[in-house]
Design a protein around this ligand. Structure first.
Ligand SMILES: NC(=O)c1ccc[n+]([C@@H]2O[C@H](COP(=O)([O-])OP(=O)(O)OC[C@H]3O[C@@H](n4cnc5c(N)ncnc54)[C@H](OP(=O)(O)O)[C@@H]3O)[C@@H](O)[C@H]2O)c1
Length: 263
């Protein structure tokens, strides 16, 4: 495991997961930059050691300084609404705007999406479909990535602390029966992906089962199959969202992101 401190940008830092990511990253000695829309909220909910950087992922011009010089980026965005607050604008285009703001810089990227992300459907403004498209952008970027798809937050049983990593995203009932995991466990996994070489290039669902958490997540990461280079879906995902049927703008974004990071 790499041990040197990194400069970590957390996007979604004031959220229920992001704030725990900030705490966890600071505890591991990293320098933490927190993207916030509202500095008062950031100051209220985040550790004072975190540097607050004001930005809005729907406004690309506000993101350049935030990403500049970051060694790693953790994205835990969540949307609630329509228009500029929609899943398309925040969960999808927000990730695109962060990637395009990089302008050739190559930080490590860890994206949190959701268990069941490969299910099709219009629930919550097509939330899962837009999150899946955001995963595709990250893979297409060619950046060293890890994509974590957590189960239901904090709905694990009191003795369920053993992280279980799954692939293929076959738990898609849309309820806690698909799996659950504690928020602080999610934050730990997200932060450990930044320094664990075995986490690179992998996508997995994260749930918890009865038992205790191991000291070292490395063997769990290493047991996972790698995403296939050059493909936009995760290894073992169902091929139920053909690129040929995707909106033209989404296909254009994939082309843009590939070109930006290849230059
Ligand atoms: N609940 C579950 O069981 C579950 C399970 C799996 C996955 N998920 C997914 O996990 C995601 C995150 O969860 P969470 O609880 O951490 O969400 P959350 O508490 O709602 O936090 C969302 C974060 O995104 C930020 N954000 C929203 N729009 C933004 C914008 N335009 N620019 C910059 N930042 C923006 C928010 O900032 P502000 O503070 O400024 O609003 C906040 O920091 C959700 O998308 C959810 O779908 C949830």
């Amino acid at each position: 495991m790499t041990t040197e401190p990194l400069t970590v940008l957390v996007v979604g830092a004031t959220g229920s997961i992001g704030r725990l990511v900030v705490t966890e990253a600071l505890a591991r000695g990293h320098t933490v930059r927190a993207l916030v829309r509202d500095t008062a909220k950031g100051a209220r909910v985040l550790a004072k050691e975190a540097e607050l950087v004001v930005g809005d992922v729907t406004r690309p011009e506000t993101l350049i300084g935030a990403v500049d010089g970051a060694d790693a980026i953790v994205l835990t965005l969540g949307s609630f609404g329509t228009g500029d607050s929609s899943p398309e604008a925040v969960d999808y285009a927000g990730v695109r705007n962060i990637l395009t703001a990089l302008r050739g810089q190559r930080p490590r990227v860890t994206l949190m999406t959701s268990i069941g992300v490969t299910g099709r459907g219009s629930a919550y403004g097509h939330l899962l479909e837009w999150k899946r498209r955001s995963e595709r952008l990250v893979r297409a970027s060619g950046l060293t990535h890890t994509i974590v798809r957590p189960g239901w937050f904090d709905m694990n049983g009191p003795d369920d602390h053993r992280p279980v990593f799954l692939q293929g995203d076959r738990h898609r009932s849309g309820g806690p029966a698909d799996g659950a995991v504690a928020r602080n466990q999610i934050a730990r996994v997200l932060v450990e992906t930044l320094t664990a070489p075995e986490a690179a290039g992998r996508t997995f669902e994260l749930v918890a089962e009865r038992g205790s958490a191991p000291d070292d997540l490395g063997p769990l990461f290493a047991a996972l199959d790698l995403d296939e280079p050059g493909t936009v879906d995760a290894v073992h995902d169902e091929a139920n969202m053909p690129l040929a049927d995707e909106p033209q703008g989404v296909r254009d974004d994939l082309t843009t992101v590939r070109a930006l990071t290849a230059s």
